[in-house]
Design a protein. Structure first.
Length: 602
């Protein structure tokens, strides 16, 4: 899957605003012996983390299996869990020891990973590039290249992925739209001259995106571009700094074009994840939205994911849980399921292939459902999952599978105390366990950060105080799960938790993470352990015979072997060959998304 690609972004501002907020008000309360977590002074900074279920999932890879034959294959994993702590402010609220049932759902496809690059449909592609004045600014928190400079480089990266059979056109727009390249076969275009024109562009003026839509539509209004086996798409590269009226017209045009099989992709450059355009585009057939918040993620998107973004694999998807006993209670991972109610049928307008890493794990593209049982005192019974969809030719398909919370194979089992009994949490895969952990993290962390900056009231201060006391327990649970999964890609979320704990002077232990041999993907569980520090997560290995090596020559993951592997495209030589399987999606030094590795020849 991959409708809505969203990157999380941390932002920090200066002093706390002058009006009193929950954190400041709570910190100024008189000390008491029962509030050991109380800071000596208000937090010096207002912190903002752009956190959502979509961005939390998109930052990670999940074990989902593979599909070699089918374009669209619904796949499920199950879990039964016991809540480790009470959190009345989660969605829905939970209590300690409460038993939960989870359904991990995703669509595997033969087009996942490299499949879309080698077998995507031919394209009639028009790029609409925003060259307004707001594009001359930098990404938030970054210096150097402006948004339009990064957009230019990323556009050139995109052009290198076009095939001779594809057709291409280019429009630029600010207060008005200008045709740079009419829509024609790529092999007939002066590609060198086109690149020179793109690099000369500069940002100025306002933003009228509706005029760009009108000009792009005219380019498609000919039967020449209705050939079978071709996909028609307008690719908008914009920060969408538009008027309310222009934004409304744009969303209407996206829907109207979709009804004519003219699809839109919006690459939002530095946008707020809550903008309404995200939901509109994500829920429109054949369309998708990609959010980029930094230079590196923009380039990575165009280099690694372009083929998947332009390759829809299914439309009008309906997912139903058929049972007199079980119902979907909540959904996570997509705007299309965020408001689902018990008994609802989940609907997805379109699905696209997913990106995979070198271990065959899928990035994002996962939907997690919390399932409620109306008869919890009875033995589990089978339930039916039914999915219907249309393929690219409009042919209807159906898939039905029978599942049971009592009979699935559980390679991950954790014993915990639920009430007065020892009960087990069971997970069918590492993917569902990781997704559940990220939901718990997002529930708590987003609420805490929003609350600490909210205007103070006695009620909010009481809630905030309760969450402060819960904070160390949440961190402890996160650390324990991270150790069982042996997944260093979770270090960014852990770092966020530790950063805010330090700012708010919350006493959080920094324990060692114990690797669990139950992890089927952990080949080094008996030889390594991970430790939390203020800077994040490091890995301690068994003593190695390299004490004469300086610290900056050792692998920054295991701190034992010599650095012999260079990460691409950032070119940092920072890990050893043994740590390649544990490589996180981004470089440990600069956070640039990793597209590949190069090992020393010797």
């Amino acid at each position: 899957m991959g409708r809505t690609r969203q990157y999380a972004k941390k932002e920090t501002s200066g002093e706390q605003r002058t009006q009193q907020v929950a954190h400041s008000a709570w910190a100024q309360q008189p000390s008491s012996s029962s509030s050991s977590a109380q800071p000596a002074a208000p937090a010096p900074k207002a912190v903002k983390y752009d956190v959502s279920y979509e961005s939390s999932f998109f930052n990670h890879y999940f074990e989902t299996g593979t599909e070699k034959v089918k374009a669209f294959a619904p796949t499920y994993r199950l879990a039964n869990t016991v809540e480790q702590y009470a959190f009345p402010h989660s969605t829905p609220p939970t209590t300690e020891g409460q038993k939960q049932h989870w359904l991990h759902f995703y669509f595997n496809s033969k087009y996942d990973g490299h499949g879309a690059k080698v077998d995507r449909p031919n394209l009639h592609l028009v790029i609409a590039l925003d060259v307004s004045g707001s594009m001359s600014t930098n990404f938030a928190g970054e210096l150097g290249k402006t948004k339009i400079q990064v957009a230019q480089e990323s556009l050139l990266t995109l052009l290198r992925q076009l095939r001779p059979e594809d057709s291409f056109g280019l429009i630029i727009f600010n207060s008005e739209s200008t045709l740079i390249q009419d829509l024609k076969p790529w092999k007939e275009i002066d590609q060198v001259g086109l690149e020179k024109q793109i690099l000369k562009l500069r940002g100025s003026g306002g933003t009228d995106i509706s005029s760009a839509v009108t000009m792009a539509n005219k380019m498609f209004n000919t039967t020449e571009y209705e050939r079978q086996g071709y996909s028609n798409r307008i690719f908008f590269l914009t920060d969408l700094e538009v008027t309310s009226e222009d934004g409304t017209k744009f969303k209407t045009s996206v829907v109207e074009n979709s009804n004519k099989s003219l699809w839109s992709t919006v690459v939002g450059i530095g946008l707020d994840l809550t903008q309404d355009v995200i939901k509109t585009v994500s829920k429109t057939a054949g369309c998708n939205y990609c959010n980029v918040r930094s230079n590196s993620t923009f380039n990575a998107l165009m280099d690694q994911e372009f083929s998947a973004i332009v390759t829809p694999i299914a439309f009008n998807i309906k997912l139903a849980l058929l049972s007199n006993r079980y119902q979907i209670e909540a959904g996570y991972g997509s705007p299309e399921v965020s408001d689902i109610k018990p008994g609802d049928i989940a609907s997805f307008s379109t699905e696209f292939p997913s990106v995979k890493n070198q271990n065959g794990e899928t990035r994002s593209g996962v939907i997690l459902f919390r399932v409620v049982d109306s008869q919890p005192d009875k033995a589990h019974e089978p339930f039916q999952m039914k999915v219907t969809w249309d393929d690219l030719s409009g042919v209807a398909h159906k898939d039905e599978q029978q599942l049971n919370f009592a009979t699935f194979t559980s390679p991950y089992t954790t014993t915990s105390t639920g009430g007065s009994d020892n009960v087990e949490s069971q997970f069918e895969s590492s993917g569902i366990r990781k997704a559940i952990l990220l939901v718990h993290y997002t529930d708590f962390f987003k609420k805490y950060v929003d609350l600490r900056g909210a205007d103070s009231t006695p009620e909010l201060i009481a809630i905030y105080q309760g969450m402060r006391h819960l904070y160390p327990t949440v961190v402890k649970h996160f650390v324990a799960e991270m150790g069982v999964l042996n997944d260093l890609s979770l270090q960014e979320e852990l770092t966020h938790l530790m950063e805010v704990a330090a700012i708010d002077d919350i006493p959080v232990d920094k324990p060692q993470i114990s690797n669990n041999n139950n992890n089927a993907n952990n080949n080094n569980a008996s030889t390594t352990a991970t430790t939390i520090t203020d800077a994040g997560v490091t890995v301690d290995a068994k003593p190695a015979k390299n004490d004469d090596k300086p610290d900056d020559a050792l692998c920054c993951v295991c701190l034992a072997e010599e650095r012999t592997v260079t990460l691409l495209p950032c070119a940092h030589k920072c890990i050893c060959k043994k740590c390649i399987p544990h490589l996180v999606p981004t470089c440990p030094l600069c956070r640039t998304p990793v597209t590949g590795t190069a090992e020393d020849s010797n």
